[in-house]
Design a protein around this ligand. Structure first.
Ligand code: EPZ
Length: 418
């Protein structure tokens, strides 16, 4: 097992390129199951999670190869419809193969994802939607067994909560259904729109791009396509906040500021200077940090995947900040670890009240989930002394070469064997 060792107090300077989005690449890769032939996906990050879903596709009989950041995937050899527990338990997004397998093969057997550190995270919306499309579903030995005699049928689906992977799974299933499916109160994250664009490239008939109402007119056949993965807005947000925590001036390239409306607004309110162009952001911290309040919400609201990182920043800002988490019921696991570094945070229901301190103090801390581990890295960059973060496999699930990128910006950070 590896750990990260960070010497705090070094400003970040220079330029760094952002990677493609993990949460876009996963559904794009799953969508290649919908039809045989060679799909080309560009700008795909090389992460633990993308490697996991590719291993799952391989298990199903799909062939793929990587050339730099491009993937060439062909599902002509699809011969298996089971997503095994051993793979699904390592990454709940594996559930994204359920819709495409059912639509393509008329059957699928996918392990239920099981528990998660940040919340219960049920998949009932996914299952209810497929049932409404005519699928027979049984839960057996921890697996969802799904089957359909002929084709899925178009229907109306309403999400109580705009689920990201729920919208993506049903969207993919609906592309090959008989008739029209209308998804209301669906998620409209940029990653969902990236998937809509890929499916339309493949010949799907979808209206309502970028809105919470998607209308899918089912087609009989799709074809392989070439698709660009959007930049990772959560990675981008993490680096913006890193400059806020450590100080300095950095230009992020290969990013899309338009995908971060709420964060950029909030960071300006906290005192950061942010200049945007179409695909770059330059950020610096000219003066002291001011506390701000946030409430996580579905896109375009403040992303829950940046809550932990912003909490690290607010821990060293002037004043009191109230951070309310509305998406996941257990997404404050980083609080206890930040407090080990001297933070002053009180939890009250689904809100954290953060009282700014002068400086973090380096300590040995433990990563509990992907974004919590990123918040500990940011705290370590700003801390006095040395911080050691264990269980960094969490970080590698969603950040491509974070150590290398931060070293390039002047951070004193290295990976060591535990
Ligand atoms: C996606 O997860 C992301 N993962 C998550 O990113 C992100 O935190 C989340 O969306 C919210 O933005 C991927 O895209 C692979 P949801 P997802 O379904 O789709 C409830 C990261 O750090 N719900 O939108 O699983 C659910 O419990 C990860 O990169 C149901 O009740 O999240 C939650 O409270 C972490 N029933 C809310 O909806 C369902 O069937 C939103 O969850 C589905 C969801």
């Amino acid at each position: 097992m590896e750990k990260l060792v960070i010497e705090g107090g070094y400003r970040l300077e220079g330029e760094v390129s952002m990677s493609g989005a993990k949460n876009a690449a996963l559904p794009l890769i799953a969508a290649t199951l919908l039809t045989a032939g060679e799909h080309i996906l560009h700008n795909v990050p090389d992460l633990r999670d993308t490697r996991t879903i590719l291993a799952l596709l391989e298990d199903l009989g799909v062939t793929w190869r990587r050339a730099g950041t491009s993937l060439y995937i062909d599902s002509a050899g699809l011969c298996n419809f089971e997503a095994p527990y051993d793979l699904v338990k390592t990454m709940r997004a594996s559930i994204l193969v359920l819709g495409p397998l059912l639509a393509r093969l008329g059957k699928a057997r996918v392990s239920l994802p099981g528990g998660c550190a940040i919340g219960a995270r049920p998949i009932d919306f996914h299952l209810q939607g497929l049932q409404k499309m005519g699928a027979r579903l049984d839960l057996e030995e921890g697996y969802v067994q799904a089957s359909i005699d002929n084709r899925l049928s178009g229907t109306n689906i309403y999400f109580d909560i705009p689920s990201v992977t729920g919208t993506e799974n049903l969207l993919m299933a609906a592309t090959l259904a008989e008739g029209t499916t209308v998804i209301k109160n669906g998620a409209r994250e940029p990653e969902v729109t990236n998937l809509v664009d890929m499916l339309v490239n493949m010949g799907a008939d979808i209206e309502g791009r970028n809105t919470d109402r998607l209308t899918v007119h089912g087609v009989k056949q799709l074809k392989p396509a070439v698709t660009e993965t959007i930049p990772d807005r959560i990675e981008t947000g993490t680096y913006l906040i890193a400059v806020g925590a450590a100080g300095g001036k950095v230009t992020l390239t290969n990013c899309n500021p338009a995908h971060l409306p709420s964060l950029i607004e909030k960071l300006r309110g906290a005192g950061l200077q942010i200049e945007e162009s179409e695909n770059t952001i330059t950020v610096s911290r000219p003066g002291p940090l001011q506390s701000i309040d946030i409430k996580t919400q579905p896109y375009p609201g403040f992303p829950t995947d940046l809550q932990a990182q912003l909490m690290a920043l607010m821990s060293i800002a002037n004043g009191l900040s109230v951070m309310t988490e509305t998406i996941f019921e257990n997404r404050f696991m980083h609080v206890a670890e930040l407090k080990r570094m001297g933070a002053d945070i009180r939890i009250n229901g689904n809100s954290a009240i953060v009282k700014g301190i002068e400086k973090f103090k380096g300590a040995r801390v433990m990563a509990t989930d992907l974004r919590a581990s990123a918040s500990l890295v940011l705290a370590g960059l700003a801390a006095e002394g040395t911080t050691e973060i264990s269980r960094i496999y969490h970080l590698e699930r969603g950040y491509e070469d974070m150590t290398g990128k931060l070293q390039k910006l002047g951070a004193e950070i290295k990976k060591e064997k535990e």
